[in-house]
Design a protein around this ligand. Structure first.
Ligand code: SF4
Length: 919
């Protein structure tokens, strides 16, 4: 802020500075004044409805509500005058006049703003005299997650504001007038009928006990609770929140927003999974002690016995078959420190680069595509940057409001508040498509056709950024040459989109000052994934939309720490910080740092290749940390056979997952709520994970298990806690060098961050690309590997829904989430349903060349004819029985988004495994 923009007022005799954007309240709060408020929240438009923040400004006729009025230079202000105190007292008396006086038994006791203010400003006599009336109120509303208790409501309107301004849905509004004004849900509907997605953001701002989590009602009062800030364990947004914990019982009571200071990621907003999806931590299915297989059955074992068994068997395989007979699956759910240790064990203790993790199944093609074009395979811009600064947002292959809900809401907000034009390309009519300016509903697997057609429009119409192309890129002429031969009309026909919509979308994207591309697995999970990503990079470079705010190519990473697991070397071709295995300098560097002369320079196998090798009997031993390939990999029948055939399999996890059932040793791991460390979110931001609970049973954090294992193989691993591991990471990982444990106590940092003085990097490629010049690569459209034919006439495409995550191990064990979607509902267009005599809710069989399953039909026009959509969250209808394990040749990512299938109605329900029980 320029010094000359600072002005001053006099408050209670003190000089107080303010900036042009300040209200009285923001300036006063910054200066340390404790101004009472009930309706104010810094992320909401100040409404001034409670008037408690009123102050006396000399010269003003009446008291001034400080939250929504701006100060003037040299104002003389009183915050504690008799007039101010009298006003506050009267206002509080009016509020408590219709508020039950049951603080002593109220669930909110200890955390109620009204209680705090009443005892601060009113005498006990006044409270008793004025409080406690209970006028007739509407009937309470309740769902699995929270309750709206009208008897406690003080009508501040904050919940309605959150719904309007943050979540942008119509679930709550103020109804009636005067004394009868209350927040109401739809036309007296239930929350669910009104379209509530149970984000609970309204609950987080309620100052009293009107909107409250069900878990709080069950646990009782909010006293003697502990608050621990941490990072969400679900998607890659990396939302921050506080666990509110009962330390005596070692139980989470609820999750609360942290609000201020966190606006760049999520502010007060969370989605239903982050706020309510934590019951799995206390679920009875949690593994409590190690298990060893004996006579075909898993039996309880001590830690010593389990670790001795692992050590003995791994050493036996090493002696008999050598290091290339091993493979390791690291984990996008585990911390950076744990992923670092896992790859260190694989490389340094065993001597193989056969280490990978589920990034291979979601964003491997992001890495290969963006490294080839830009030189760095990560999100180019930041979350706040793209939702505040972009004039146009082009979303392709990302159902953002369900898979990355908080980013989805920010994009929705940018569109509905008129800041951004929205273009959506998606095979389904997803939530964002419904509000988009353009929706290109392409056939799955035709993204390059769309992007090439857009590029052709842009070049033909002279909408290219010549200066940017000239100064910062190479390969443009080859692209022009390549596109000469393509017809926009043909490309639109291939993709099944309207040509005029595509032309307009291309014009709008190219003409914007700042246009951002956002994509996810709809782009990456294809046999052409690398080319799909590179095509998007072409689009951004040709229009000059790289290296400045509100632009870029922005892959939304799927899991909480998939970015970090990649950054820290959980990949077969790179050491931590993307230092290439094949580069002799990397090997020399790590030989010295790890004091180990025997490091392999041969890039290892990827996830699907590991399973194929195990199937062929080449891989003999596998170590899997927190991954579930028996459900998450393509063609799971083959994966299960591969796991079955191993000589030795170790799984460390929270539950006895589908994969753990094949293990020889199963180790009980800690959840994210029970350990410390760091996660790196989709925008390359490293954030702390803090233990809120003590470890129970015999569980151990993954880093503890791995450190023990390293020591057993003669590798020094004297880490007293994860910050020691992070210090080692700082030493060997140039892009993380400045992200030290000490700095993370104060702030989160985005890599590259190359020294302790480096503030981190919000936007990549600002001056030049990591490669130097950006590489524009001409790309031909190529069909998916398996297209529909007479035998398998439909395309199956897969994805996620809001209430579940990945293979459902955690979300099916969270009661509210499970209840919202207990089983799979497979989407089928009415035209196709009619052809097969299928009605809503009928059982249907889906069959591909690789397997078959029975599921439930949901008839919807959200999906086009000839395309079927299902999620992969449900083990009773495991979509990956059907998916194709054909790989992108560069990224080795399987084609999870396109498989040819046939469908038939099932008359009698056949033997189906039951869904995981929620409790
Ligand atoms: Fe967690 Fe993602 Fe939801 Fe945020 S948006 S609360 S990170 S699941």
């Amino acid at each position: 802020m320029e010094l000359e923009t600072i002005k001053y007022m006099k408050v209670d005799g003190e000089e107080v500075a303010f900036y042009p954007n300040d209200t009285y309240l923001t300036a006063l709060q910054r200066a340390g004044f404790d101004i009472p408020t009930l309706c104010y929240n810094p992320e909401l438009t100040p409404s001034g409805s409670c008037r408690l923040c009123s102050i006396e400004v000399e010269g003003a006729r009446n008291l001034v509500s400080s939250c929504n009025m701006k100060p003037r230079e040299n104002d003389v202000v009183h915050t504690n005058s008799e007039k101010v105190r009298e006003s506050i007292e009267v206002l509080l008396e009016l509020i408590i006049a219709s508020h039950p006086l049951k603080c002593i038994v109220c669930d909110k006791q200890g955390n109620c703003d009204l209680e705090r203010l009443a005892y601060r400003y009113l005498t006990s006599e006044k409270i008793a005299k004025y409080g406690g009336a209970q006028p007739k109120r509407p009937e309470n509303k309740i769902n699995d997650f929270f309750m709206l208790d009208y008897s406690m409501c003080i009508r501040c309107g904050k919940c309605v504001q959150v719904v309007d301004e943050i979540q942008h849905c119509d679930v709550l509004s103020m109804s009636e007038r005067g004394y009868n004004t209350f927040p109401s849900v739809g036309f007296d509907q239930t929350f669910e009928e009104a379209g509530c997605v149970a984000c609970g953001n309204c609950v987080s701002v309620c100052p009293v006990d009107a909107l409250k989590p069900i878990s709080v009602i069950k646990a009782g009062k909010e006293i003697d609770l502990k608050r621990v800030q941490t990072t969400c364990v679900y998607c890659g947004v990396g939302c921050q929140f506080e666990f509110v914990v009962d330390p005596k019982k070692n139980r989470i009571v609820y999750v609360d927003s942290i609000g201020e200071g966190n606006e760049d990621v999520n502010g007060l907003a969370l989605c239903v999974k982050g706020r309510y999806g934590w019951d799995f931590i206390h679920h009875k299915d949690r593994l409590n002690y190690p298990l060893i297989r004996e006579n075909g059955e898993l039996r309880r074992a001590s830690w010593d016995e389990a670790m001795d068994t692992i050590e003995r068997n791994l050493k036996k395989v090493l002696v008999e078959h050598g290091p290339e007979a091993f493979s390791f699956l690291s984990s996008a759910k585990c911390t950076n420190e744990e992923n670092y240790l896992m790859q260190k064990f694989s490389r340094s203790a065993i001597g193989t680069n056969n280490i990978d993790h589920c990034a291979r199944l979601c964003h491997a093609s992001t890495v290969t595509g963006l490294v080839r074009t830009f030189g760095s395979g990560a999100m180019t811009n930041s979350i706040s940057d793209l939702t505040h600064d972009a004039d146009v947002i082009f979303i392709i292959g990302s159902n953002t409001t369900e898979a990355h809900p908080v980013i989805g809401q920010k994009i929705k907000r940018a569109k509905l508040e008129g800041r951004s034009t929205l273009i959506v390309a998606d095979p389904r009519n997803i939530e964002l498509a419904k509000i988009a300016d353009f929706h290109l509903q392409q056939r799955p697997g035709t993204d390059i056709a769309i992007i090439n057609a857009m590029l052709k429009v842009i070049i033909d119409e002279g909408l290219v950024a010549f200066n940017f192309i000239e100064e910062r890129t190479e390969g443009f002429e080859e692209l022009v040459e390549k596109l000469k031969d393509i017809s926009i009309e043909d490309m639109c026909k291939i993709a099944g989109v309207e040509e005029c919509d595509l032309r307009k979308a291309a014009q709008v994207y190219a003409s914007a000052n700042r246009a951002a591309i956002v994509y996810s697995m709809g782009i990456t999970q294809h046999s052409t994934g690398t080319y799909n990503v590179a095509s998007l990079a072409n689009l951004a470079m040709v229009t000059g939309n790289v290296g400045k705010p509100g632009t870029g190519v922005n892959p939304l990473r799927g899991q909480n720490n998939v970015q970090g697991a990649c950054d820290l070397g959980g990949l077969p071709d790179v050491y931590p910080g993307y230092q290439k295995v094949s580069d002799p300098k990397t090997i020399e560097f790590f030989k010295e740092k790890w004091n180990n002369p025997n490091l392999s320079q041969v890039p290892g196998l990827t996830v699907v290749e590991m399973m194929h090798s195990a199937h062929l009997g080449v891989i003999k031993a596998m170590y899997i940390m927190g991954e579930n390939p028996a459900l998450s990999d393509p063609n799971v029948n083959k994966v299960r056979e591969a796991l079955e055939s191993l000589d030795f399999l170790v799984v460390q996890d929270l539950f006895l997952s589908e994969t753990a059932k094949y293990a020889d040793v199963v180790l009980p791991a800690a959840s994210f709520a029970e350990k410390n460390g760091t996660f790196t979110n989709t925008e390359r931001r490293v954030q702390k994970v803090n233990a809120a609970l003590k470890l129970e049973g015999e569980r151990k954090a993954d880093w503890m298990i791995l450190a023990d294992l390293l020591r057993r193989f003669g590798i020094p691993a004297k880490y007293k806690d994860p910050s020691d591991i992070l210090r080692e990471i700082n030493e060997v990982t140039p892009i993380y060098r400045g992200i030290t444990p000490e700095r993370l106590e104060e702030e989160s940092l985005s890599w590259p961050c190359r020294s302790v003085d480096d503030p981190g990097t919000r936007i990549l490629h600002t001056e030049k690309f990591t490669l130097g010049k950006g590489r524009i690569i001409p790309i031909d459209f190529q069909d998916a590997a398996e297209l529909p034919d007479d035998e398998y006439p439909y395309i199956l495409t897969t994805g996620r829904n809001l209430y579940h995550f990945h293979t459902g191990e955690m979300t099916h064990r969270s009661k509210g989430l499970h209840n919202r979607r207990p089983f799979e509902l497979t989407e089928i267009n009415p035209v196709d349903a009619e052809k097969h005599g299928i009605s809503e809710g009928d059982m249907i069989r889906l069959t591909s060349r690789r397997g078959s399953l029975v599921t439930i039909a949901k008839i919807t026009e959200k999906i086009k004819p000839k395309v079927i959509f299902m999620t992969f969250h449900h083990r009773e209808a495991a979509a990956n029985l059907l998916t194709n394990d054909v790989l992108d040749p560069y990224a080795k990512i399987p084609e999870l988004k396109v498989a040819a299938i046939r469908i038939e109605k099932v008359e009698v329900e056949e033997d189906r495994p039951l869904p995981i029980a929620s409790d």
